[in-house]
Design a protein around this ligand. Structure first.
Ligand SMILES: Cc1cc2nc3c(=O)[nH]c(=O)nc-3n(C[C@H](O)[C@H](O)[C@H](O)COP(=O)(O)OP(=O)(O)OC[C@H]3O[C@@H](n4cnc5c(N)ncnc54)[C@H](O)[C@@H]3O)c2cc1C
Length: 343
């Protein structure tokens, strides 16, 4: 019989991240479809708070590794924890959320277990008596279904692809699994964090909103002049207040190479579209962006789309946005920022 281990780390508050609840729901559905045994495994410096979140997942066993060694993401200790949980569960399938912490260690754990790994999975299912995953290739143009006979098979499930698990009933009690760490596993220590300033860190995959800036922000406006500085202030103020993730059209990020007015905090990493990223956020707001197909194709996973454009005939008006505000984005964002500041 297949034994499916759902494994995740906890956050500093001892709770599991949202992406983990999505992976748990997917793993549980697969276990039910395959009549497989489900094992829930969590690791972190604090794990007790996670048990209420996974209550009712109908797992056969509940495992945890709780150790101060797991308070920070570190390859040696995180990999040892996932490996120990997989061995304790005798897992044939391991399903983990594709958080940056687990994405870093799960391929290495597959090597240690003599198994195989697949990353960027977007769904799990049962087909013709075998588990299958889907994932995209060739810049999201081809969707493939994959299955493997080799066990253990470790799968990293992308966030935003499955409804999260909703807990019910009494919280389970985790059985503690020892964390086998040697002195060399503790060699790497986190001495401090150096993070970019919050207004420099504009790509936020977990944000509820994607805010896209198009080339219009740097084009001549009604007064015949460009206002790139003002555009930058408005966009950064909005990002700071809303904590939205910043996307861009290709035209806008390409401008820096062409000597035109630019927004200095944008790079090609912000580019959304056919030759850019395909982010997953519940909502998106495009501003000063025309909504051409090579751009909008990068919005395929954005669930609710809105756009602000002066042109009522722009691409968004042609069925690509749920709501198009025909308005001046400078005026709209000024007002939105004032409303956010008043909050
Ligand atoms: C092979 C290929 C791949 C491509 N890949 C990508 C990709 O990955 N991503 C991508 O984005 N593009 C891509 N493109 C380019 C794409 O076709 C468009 O050229 C690009 O998206 C246009 O960017 P834009 O809408 O920001 O600029 P523009 O087309 O210049 O549009 C600017 C918009 O701003 C509006 N505007 C101006 N001022 C205001 C204001 N004050 N208030 C409100 N609205 C205002 C204007 O009405 C206009 O609609 C690709 C093209 C090709 C050929």
């Amino acid at each position: 019989m297949e034994t499916i281990l759902f494994v995740t780390h906890t956050e500093a508050d001892g709770r599991v991240p949202r992406a983990a609840l999505e992976a748990l729901a997917a793993a549980r559905e697969l276990a039910l479809a395959r009549k497989a045994e489900l094992v829930v495994g969590v690791f972190g410096a604090v794990t007790a708070n996670a048990s209420a979140q996974v209550a009712g997942a109908s797992a056969a066993r509940w495992l945890a590794i709780t150790s101060p060694d797991l308070s920070e993401a570190r390859y040696a200790s995180d990999a040892a924890a996932v490996e120990a949980l997989a061995r304790a569960a005798a897992a044939t399938l391991v399903v983990a959320p594709a958080t940056s912490r687990l994405s870093r260690v799960v391929p290495g754990v597959a090597q240690r277990l003599g198994g195989r790994v697949d990353t960027h999975a977007t769904s799990l299912a049962e087909k013709d008596g075998a588990p299958v995953i889907t994932r995209w290739f060739y810049r999201q143009r081809i969707e493939a279904q994959l299955s493997r006979e080799k066990r253990p098979w470790l799968i990293l499930l992308e966030g935003g692809c499955h409804a999260p698990f909703v807990a019910e009933g009494a919280a389970p009690v985790f059985a503690e699994v020892p964390l086998p760490l040697g002195p060399s596993d503790r060699r790497t220590r986190v001495l401090g964090l150096r993070a970019p300033r919050s207004d420099a860190q504009t790509i936020r995959p977990d944000a509820r909103l994607l805010f896209v800036a198009g080339a219009g922000w740097t084009k001549k406006q009604a007064d015949g002049k460009t206002h790139a500085d003002r555009a930058g202030e408005l966009i950064l103020a909005f990002l700071q207040a809303s904590k939205a993730s910043l996307g861009s059209s290709k035209s806008l990020v390409d401008q820096s190479g062409e000597g035109q007015a630019v927004l200095p905090f944008l790079s090609h990493l912000n580019q959304v579209g056919q030759t850019g990223a395909t982010p997953r956020h519940p909502k998106g707001l495009a501003t000063c962006c025309h909504g051409e197909e090579p751009h909008v194709v990068g919005w395929r996973f954005i669930l609710e789309r809105r756009a602000v454009n002066l042109d009522p005939g722009c691409g968004w008006a042609r069925g690509k946005a749920d709501v198009l505000y025909v308005a001046d984005a400078f005026e709209v964002m000024e007002k939105v920022n004032a409303l956010l500041a008043a909050k």
